[in-house]
Every structure is written in structure tokens, then in C-alpha cells.
Design a protein around this ligand. Structure first.
Ligand code: GTP
Length: 321
């Protein structure tokens, strides 16, 4: 095949809520590898916070926020890729970050089912980021987490800093029991030689057909309907009230909080403050100054099961400055 007609490699980044997908994406976008990526980001929740957490680069980023990539928006994915192909030559490869609740199978299917997409792209690898601390729980309660491991060509066993050597061994064994074929790489904050992740030529349709024989013919993916999200918005907040509140909520509702993330405007603070959490672990840091033309809004999204939604709303509103 001539260079001009060579299909564009596509890497699908998957992994459960909070595992480290955006951390990996930011690494790929900031490292000096001489390649240009078109990035497609799909997120769960309504506020578009994810896009704000991806580093500023000159890469083009397409957001798909109208639903989960593996269900309602596959048509959108095909359309975005079709659109991208009209600008061929401006990028070398495509990266897709799926939501933490996506089943990677239907996303991968798109690259085999749609004739146009199939002719112009090549699914390079499904890269799954796994949270070493929380994987065991997710395999118990979330079918998506198991699918993500089962379909991976490369697995980043991330957050190794949060577990003991024994626990890490156990997690490795659980991964192996589900997927004996994927390359498993242990990482902290997804620090990995990008050659291990990109341009692998790793996606193996025959292996996938052995995991899911109906892969090319049926849409049989599983979904966890109990997971819901709430996005809250306000103006300037009182930082002390906010930190007390978020500490309290993560202590009491932590086991049910699969993910939280927000961008805060604190009173008298010229910088945006980013808060992120998975269960009881919460991190926060200043990100950058608010731009002159940017409204100072505090936004936070909680994703979880059986959360006290009304209580969260009330608590957040009480943090107003
Ligand atoms: N301790 C520790 N924290 C990590 C590591 N990798 C990522 N994190 C933190 O975990 C949180 C989630 O990371 P993200 O990269 O946003 O995870 P994600 O998979 O993109 O999350 P969603 O898009 O919400 O599904 C952030 O607070 C990160 O700073 C790690 O190796 N160790």
C-alpha cells in the first residue's frame, strides 16, 4: 500500500472511572515524539470538565458529550472520523479516550463494521488503564471493568504506589485470569515508554473473536444502569467551607463515589483550583489563572451509585462565598 493510502492508526484508551486515562493522554500529548494526534474524548457527566483537564496543546480535540461512546454515540464517532479523514495529512494518528463506563467492544467494532472507516483507519491497540487499588472491587461490581480488561491489547497496571507488593501480585493474577494475552506494564501516574503503548500493531481480531465470537455480528454489550452522575455549578466558593464539605462527603459516601472532579473558583483566588477523587482519595491543585474573558464558575461532577444526590446539591450550595 502506498504511503498516502496507508490507514491511520487508532488507539483506544479505556479503563474504569478514575484509573488514569487522562493522565496517560496528557503524557502522550506533551511528550516529544514528533507525531501529531487527533484526539476524541468521550465523557460521562454533563459539564465538560474532562476537556478542561486535558493539557493545552495544538492538537485538535473533539468532544463527544451526548452519551456513552459505546451506545448512543457510535454514529457520532463514525461522523467525527469521516470528518477527520477529510483533513488527512494534518495528523498521524487518532487517539480515543472513552468514558470509564464504556465497553470497548462496540467502540472497536466501529472500526470493522463501517466500510468507510474500515478502509481509512486501522485499530492499532486497545490500551486499558487499571487502578491497582480498586480493580478487585470493580471486577466484583462493574461488568464494564471486566470487559475493559478482557479486550485490552496493552494494560497499564497503574497506581502501583497505592498498593503493597503482595496486593500487586494478586491484581496481576486477576488480570491474567481474565486476559492472558495482553502485555501488562506496571506504572505510577502512567509513566511508561510511549513506544509500549502507541503504534503497537497489537489489535488482534482473531483473539477478540475467541473472547467474543459474536463480536462482528451482534451488539451485546453490558451496562451498569445503577451508575449515575450529578453536576453542580455555582459562582465563587469559600475554600474552607468547600474543603470541609468535600472531606466530609468523601468520608461518609466514599465507597459509593466512583469518581468526582471539579474546577473551583475560590473567593479572592485568581487561579482555577482542580479537585479530583476516586472513593476516599481526593487530590487538589491550582491549575492556571482564570482568563479575563472566562466566567468564574465552580463546577463539580460526582459519579456513583446510591449517592445522596439531594444532600450533595445542598452541601455544595452551602459552600458559596
Ligand atoms: N496515587 C496515584 N494517583 C494517580 C495515579 N495515576 C493517576 N492518579 C490520580 O487519579 C485520579 C484520576 O486520574 P485520571 O487520569 O483523571 O483518571 P481517568 O481514568 O481519566 O478518569 P475518568 O476520565 O474520570 O474516568 C487523578 O486525581 C490522578 O492524579 C497513580 O499512579 N498514583
Amino acid at each position: 500500500m502506498s504511503q498516502a493510502a496507508a490507514p491511520i492508526p487508532v488507539t483506544v484508551l479505556t479503563g474504569y472511572l478514575g484509573a488514569g486515562k487522562t493522565t496517560l493522554l496528557n503524557r502522550i500529548l506533551t511528550e516529544d515524539h514528533g507525531k501529531k494526534y487527533a484526539v476524541i474524548v468521550n465523557e460521562f457527566g454533563e459539564t465538560g470538565i474532562d476537556n478542561d483537564l486535558v493539557v493545552d496543546t495544538d492538537e485538535e480535540i473533539f468532544q463527544m458529550n451526548n452519551g456513552c461512546i459505546c451506545c448512543t454515540v457510535r454514529g457520532d464517532l463514525v461522523r467525527i472520523i469521516d470528518g477527520l479523514m477529510k483533513r488527512k495529512g494534518r495528523f498521524d494518528a487518532i487517539l480515543i479516550e472513552t468514558t470509564g463506563l464504556a465497553d470497548p467492544a462496540p467502540v472497536a467494532q466501529t472500526f470493522f463494521m463501517d466500510d468507510d472507516v474500515r478502509a481509512k483507519t486501522r485499530l492499532d491497540a486497545i490500551v486499558t488503564v487499571v487502578d491497582a487499588l480498586n480493580l478487585a472491587k470493580r471486577l466484583d461490581d462493574s461488568p464494564e471493568a471486566e470487559d475493559q480488561v478482557a479486550f485490552a491489547d496493552v494494560i497499564l497496571l497503574n497506581k502501583v504506589d497505592l498498593v503493597s507488593a503482595d496486593d500487586l501480585k494478586r491484581v496481576r493474577a486477576e488480570i491474567r485470569a481474565i486476559n492472558p494475552y495482553a502485555r501488562v506494564i506496571e506504572t505510577e501516574r502512567c509513566k511508561v515508554d510511549l513506544g509500549e503503548v502507541l503504534d503497537r500493531g497489537a489489535f488482534d481480531l482473531n483473539r477478540i473473536l475467541s473472547v467474543e465470537p459474536t463480536f462482528l455480528t451482534e451488539d451485546n454489550h453490558r451496562h451498569d444502569d445503577e451508575v449515575r452522575s450529578i453536576s453542580l455549578e455555582a459562582g465563587d466558593l469559600d475554600p474552607q467551607k468547600f474543603f470541609d464539605w468535600i472531606g466530609q462527603e468523601t468520608q461518609t459516601q466514599g465507597p459509593n463515589i466512583l469518581r468526582l472532579k471539579g474546577i473551583m473558583a475560590f473567593k479572592d483566588d485568581p487561579e482555577r483550583y482542580v479537585v479530583q477523587g476516586v472513593h476516599q482519595i481526593v487530590e487538589g491543585d491550582h491549575q492556571r489563572e482564570w482568563k479575563a474573558d472566562e466566567p468564574r464558575r465552580s463546577r463539580i461532577v460526582f459519579i456513583g451509585r446510591d449517592l445522596d444526590w439531594a444532600g450533595l446539591k445542598k452541601g455544595f450550595e452551602a459552600c458559596r462565598a
